[in-house]
Write a protein that binds this ligand. Structure first.
Ligand SMILES: Cc1ncc(COP(=O)(O)O)c(C=O)c1O
Length: 342
């Protein structure tokens, strides 16, 4: 039987959470003399610590109950909170696929948690037999999967993900930062049937709000309660809550941007493959394209000198650039510049 409390760090279970003024009084009107705020101005009040209005909007858009939603100061905060809730420093371990998003390892190091790297198989898929052999490690508390994966761009096999979730006795954090660009559906609804699954999404990519630092976690209510218990009380500013809420009100805007980016991804994938110095363009389900070059370092420097900044990912995958899909004009500039890179 899965028991969440068995996985939670003892100090987190014992923790008495900070109780802020807005925990004691929920009303919106009155004379507020309870939070040592300044009575003057328009940004003088602390924001709603539980972002109720915003969660109601997200709940409608994602068709998932608001009580199953947690919001972080970007997904990066949620990753860190997972380590803090489930992994005892100096003792527990987390597993990530390799290569994958760099913040998993950084957060693990900050929390003094050992990382196990499970190498991706051919075509950047999960190597299930390699990963499964770690299930019996009693100190392995957290498996982090990223689909579509950064920097490889591909979706992971949903059936294998579900197998991992059902067979692993710890927590699976599935990072779907790029899912809006994929044809594969999100697995967020599975969080309602699997008590050990957390699915994470973000407003930074498809919604174009990287600057508003808002990430979402979908999970069962027991996990959401632990997130709320340890988060800084006012982790999403009122400016950011309002900005995201406004964007939610016009879903057609973000959907049309996602469509444009997907169209451009198809064109870029096709056109980059024709260029000199390009060895392979990997298929992408995200808003970036991983490209193997004859000499990625040289191509990177050439592009930087022409004012075009891509990411050299050669330290993770030999001779590979990760190229974000830009606007049509930006992509044309990239293609023309790469054409002249001899
Ligand atoms: C896979 C993945 N997850 C999460 C993030 C960070 O998201 P956020 O801006 O919500 O912190 C990124 C950013 O590049 C990412 O690539």
């Amino acid at each position: 039987m899965f028991n969440l409390d068995d996985l939670v760090r003892p100090n987190i279970k014992r923790l008495v959470p900070y109780s802020c003024a807005r925990d004691d009084f929920h009303g919106k009107t009155g004379i507020f003399l309870d939070a040592n705020e300044n009575p003057f101005g328009t940004l003088n009040r602390y924001p709603d610590p539980y972002q109720r209005e915003l969660k109601a909007g997200i709940s409608r858009l994602k068709t998932i109950p608001a009580e199953n939603i947690f919001l972080g100061n970007g997904s990066d905060e949620i990753i860190d909170l997972c380590f803090r809730i489930f992994c005892t420093p100096g003792q527990d371990k987390a597993l990530t696929l390799s290569p994958s998003y760099g913040m998993y390892e950084v957060s693990a190091s900050v929390n003094d948690v050992k990382i196990i790297r499970s190498p991706l198989g051919p075509d950047f898929g999960i190597n299930y037999s390699d990963l499964k052999k770690h299930f019996s490690d009693g100190n392995l508390k957290l498996i982090i999967l990223c689909s579509p994966n950064n920097p490889t761009g591909n979706c992971l096999d949903a059936e294998i993900i579900e197998r991992i979730v059902s067979e692993f006795r710890g927590i699976v954090l599935l990072d779907e930062a790029y899912i809006d660009f994929a044809d594969q559906p999100s697995m967020k609804d599975k969080t309602l049937s699997y008590p050990n699954l957390i699915v994470m999404q973000t407003f930074s990519k498809a919604f174009g709000l990287a600057s508003a630092r808002t990430g979402m976690a979908f999970a069962n209510t027991a996990i959401v309660e632990y997130f709320n218990k340890i988060k800084p009380p006012y982790n999403i500013s009122s400016l950011n809550q309002k900005t995201v809420l406004r964007r939610l009100g016009k879903p057609e805007n973000y959907l049309s941007q996602v469509n444009k980016i997907k169209q451009e991804r198809i064109r870029l994938t096709r056109e980059i493959a024709k260029l000199p110095g390009v060895v392979e363009v990997y298929p992408s389900d995200a808003n970036f394209i991983l490209t193997r070059m004859m000499d990625a370092g040289k191509a990177y420097e050439y592009l930087v000198n022409k004012g075009i900044i891509v990411r050299n990912r050669s330290s993770l995958i030999n001779n590979c650039l990760r190229i974000t899909v830009g606007s049509r004009a930006e992509n044309n500039k990239l293609l023309n510049t790469l054409k002249s890179c001899k």
